[in-house]
Design a protein around this ligand. Structure first.
Ligand SMILES: [Zn+2]
Length: 251
């Protein structure tokens, strides 16, 4: 009962929200921020903007270590989040309530069960909890076809089925098994290429774990779709099934 009522409130709130025009600067900034935007049909452009409006309005934005989150920062982060949703209906990362933004890398306590140490991070994701991002790294990455927002949100999506293990949810068992095979083989190949000192197409960070392999592959899927399709066609095809878009066909 509560769930239904809550859903009704959400629908009503979103309707009111979407009745408002997005800020005027978006029209000018979107083609420069989202590489593919100018070539999209009008309805996809509109869908991106609507998901951005929802994402900005429904998340709590918190600046950390003295950072003040401004409209431009929200715009840029929401644009990357909405980029991941162009193929998806009625979903806007509902489980994420808060975006924490640090000016630059932040320090976190880490442990392996035995030892404890501090490490510097540029992002962090939880299946239920905030997404944490370092603004400086986010901006620097975008200039080099890395996408920290897509990376952390991919971890979040990966965690929706219970664990962030690089085994995201697929609509059927056959595809799930294909993903197991393709991602395991891809990870093995990547690790042996790195060990052999070869140049790799996927960022070597993907070799860290299965979870990082999925997150880095997701970044590459949206940032360099044609190269990914040419170099890792099976991986590419499986990602089109998760995100329900075929960005290699975007102009
Ligand atoms: Zn990661």
């Amino acid at each position: 009962m509560f769930g239904l009522f809550h859903h009704w409130l959400t629908v009503r709130r979103r309707r009111a929200l979407l009745a408002q025009q997005p800020p005027a600067f978006w029209e000018e900034w979107l083609p420069e921020t989202v590489t593919w935007y100018a070539g999209w049909p009008r309805e996809i452009q509109t869908k991106l903007a609507r998901n951005m409006q929802i994402f900005i309005a429904e998340k709590r934005w918190e600046g950390c270590n003295g950072l003040t989150v401004n409209d431009e920062m929200k715009f840029l982060i929401a644009a990357q989040a909405a980029l991941m949703l162009t193929g998806v209906e009625d979903y806007c990362f509902e489980e994420i309530t808060t975006i924490l933004l640090y000016p630059r890398q932040f320090r976190r306590k880490a442990n392996d069960g035995l030892l404890e140490w501090y490490e510097w991070r540029s992002g962090e994701a939880w299946a239920r909890g905030p997404i944490v991002l370092a603004w400086e790294d986010l901006m620097e990455g975008l200039a080099e076809h890395q996408n920290l927002v897509v990376h952390e949100l991919a971890h979040h999506i990966d965690g929706l089925n219970g664990s962030m293990s690089g085994q995201p949810w697929f609509p059927d068992r056959t595809t799930q098994e294909q993903w197991e095979r393709v991602s395991q083989a891809g990870l093995r190949q990547l690790r042996s290429d790195i060990e052999a000192g070869k140049e790799t197409f996927l960022d070597p960070y993907a070799a860290t774990s299965r979870a990082e392999y999925f997150a880095v592959a997701s970044e590459t899927f949206f940032e360099m779709p044609r190269d990914l399709r040419a170099i890792h066609p099976d991986l590419y095809r499986l990602l089109t099934m998760i995100y329900r878009v075929d960005p290699a066909e975007w102009r």
